[in-house]
Design a protein around this ligand. Sequence first.
Ligand SMILES: Cc1cc2nc3c(=O)[nH]c(=O)nc-3n(C[C@H](O)[C@H](O)[C@H](O)COP(=O)(O)OP(=O)(O)OC[C@H]3O[C@@H](n4cnc5c(N)ncnc54)[C@H](O)[C@@H]3O)c2cc1C
Length: 554
Amino acid sequence: MSNVIKAVKPRLDNGAPPLIVDSRERIEESYGDYLSDESRYGPAEADRLIIVHDEAQVSDALVAAADAGVNVTVSAGRTGIVGGAVPVGGVLLSLSDMKRVLGVRRLPDGRFTVRVEPGLSVAELRERLLTKDLGIERSGDDPVARADLDAFLTDDRTYFYPPDPTEDTAHLGATVATNASGARSYRYGATRRHVHGLRVALTTGGVLAIERGQCVARGRVFLLAGADGSESELRVPAYDMPDTKNAAGYHAADNMDLVDLFIGSEGTLGVITEIELLLTPAPEGVLSALAFFGSDDDAVAFVKHARGDAADESSPDIVVPLALEFFDSRSFEFLRRRKVEEGASSEIPELPADAVAGVIFEQEFTEDVLLEIYDAWEAVLSSHGSSMENTWGGMEESELARLRALRHSIAEQVNGVVARANARYPEIHKIGTDAAVPSGALEQMLEFYRGELLGTDLERVMFGHIGDNHIHLNIMPSSPKELRAGKELATRFARRAVELGGTVSAEHGIGRIKHDLLRLQYGDDGMRQMAAVKRAFDPSCILNRGVVFPEELL
Ligand SMILES: Cc1cc2nc3c(=O)[nH]c(=O)nc-3n(C[C@H](O)[C@H](O)[C@H](O)COP(=O)(O)OP(=O)(O)OC[C@H]3O[C@@H](n4cnc5c(N)ncnc54)[C@H](O)[C@@H]3O)c2cc1C
C-alpha cells in the first residue's frame, strides 16, 4: 500500500473512431437532447460534441482541450438535476457509447466484481446480471480471467449491484461521479460502498488505474508523481464530513482511499473510463409494503421504531428494513386533489379514505422465516395505529403495482404542476431540497420545516428516504414571488441541516446550481481546499468548469 498517485498510459482499444460534431447549429438541430439534463439549467451551448468509443479517445479529447484552453463538460444519461452534464460552451464529451461489460473477477475473499465501461446504464447492468448474459469476449488468453468468469456463470446464485437511483437510465460512470443512492441505500449504502476500482483519464494526459486498498493517504496527504519522476504533496481537505449519506463536495478523511476521492467528485477531477463494481448475492425474495398512518407523527414514530433507534421501543431483531420511504400528509392531499382534477382517466391510485400519511418498508426474506417477519412487522405497525391489513403490497402483484404507481405519480405530478407554472412564468422551476441529517436530528429537522412553512401558501409535499433521514421537500411555486420565497426557504433549510450535523446534498450533488449551499457546509476554507485538489489533477481547470466550484475559485 502506498500514498503515491501515479498515472499510466491510456489504453488503446481500437474502438471505432469518435463521432465529432463541430458546429453549434448542428449540435442544436441533431443532438439537442445532449444540451440539457433534468434540471433544465441553461442557457446551454456546445461548440463541439465528441462521442468517444474508448479510453484513448477520452484521453486525446482531454489533452487537446487542455492544450487549447477549451472547457470540457462530461455528459452521461442526463438524468442529473443539478446541471452537471449541461455544457456552457466548449467541448461536450459523451461516453454513452462506451457500454461494454469487460470482465468478472473473483477477489481473494470470494466476492465477485464486474468491470464495466461508464456508459452502461443501471438498468442494463441489472438485466445483464439477472440473465448472466454479460456479452464478455471469452476468447481472452488470461486463464485466471477465464476461470473467474466460468465460476461466476456456473454459480447457482444470482448476483446484483445494489445501488438503485430511481432513474435507472442513469449511466454507471455518472452514478459513481455523483455517488448516487436510492431507497435501498438504507440497507446497502450509497454507490461508494460498491466501487472496488476505477480508471480515470486526466486532462494532463495519463490515466489513473486505482484499486481499493492500493493507494491510501498518510493522514490527509497523497504524493502526486509527475511524468519527470518528481513528487508533489496533495492535501485532501481538512474538514469533517457529515455523518450522513452525502453527495456534497469531495470525500475527505484521514487515511482515505484514493478511489474515494473520485467517487462523488462530479467529473471535476478526471473522467471515469472504467469501473470495477462489487456484486452482491441477490435475496430470495423482497417484501415491499406501503403502510398507512393517521398522522405524520405516527409515520415518523413507526420509522424510528423499525430502525430500532427509539429508546423505549426496541424492534424485534428479525425486523431488518431494506428501505423506509415516507409520504407526508400533504403528499396524500396533493395526490387526492390531482386525481379529482384529472378525472376518470387519472392513473393516480385511489388512496384509502382514512390514510393521512404513509411509509413504504421493504425487507429481504427467505421462505422459512417469512411468517415470522410478517408477524414482527405487524407488531411494529400496530404500535403506531397501523396494521399489515392496512397496507398495499406484501406478496400481491396487483397491490405492488398500485404501490409502484403511487411512488411514480408523486414525482410526475409535482413536475406536471411546475411545468404548467413554468409555461406562464418561464423562470419558474421546482425547488427540491436534498438535505439529510443524522438520525438523532430527524424530528428537529422536520419541526424546522413545519415551523418555517407555517403560514405560507406555498404548494409543497415531503417524501423520500426517511430511513436515511433524507426527505425531499418539493416546493411548487406558482408565481415569481413564490419562487423567491421558496428559494430563500431552501437556503434556510440547508443551513439548518448543516447546524444539525447534516449535509446540504445527500444524493443529487452540487452541480452548477448549489455552490452556495456547499459553502454553507464547508465554508470558504473548505471550498478553497477542494479547489486546490481540483487544480492538482486538472491544472488548466477545463474539466466540468462551473460544476461544484464557482468561477472565482478556479
Ligand atoms: C425523477 C428522478 C429521480 C432521481 N432519483 C435519484 C435517486 O433516488 N438517487 C440519486 O442519487 N439520484 C437521483 N436522481 C438524480 C440522477 O439520476 C443521478 O444523479 C444519476 O447518478 C445521474 O446519472 P446520469 O447518467 O443521468 O448523469 P448525468 O446527469 O449525465 O451526469 C451527472 C454528473 O456526472 C458527471 N459524469 C458523467 N459521466 C462521467 C464520467 N464518466 N466521469 C466523470 N464524470 C462523469 C457529469 O459531468 C455530471 O456532473 C434522480 C433524477 C430524476 C430525474
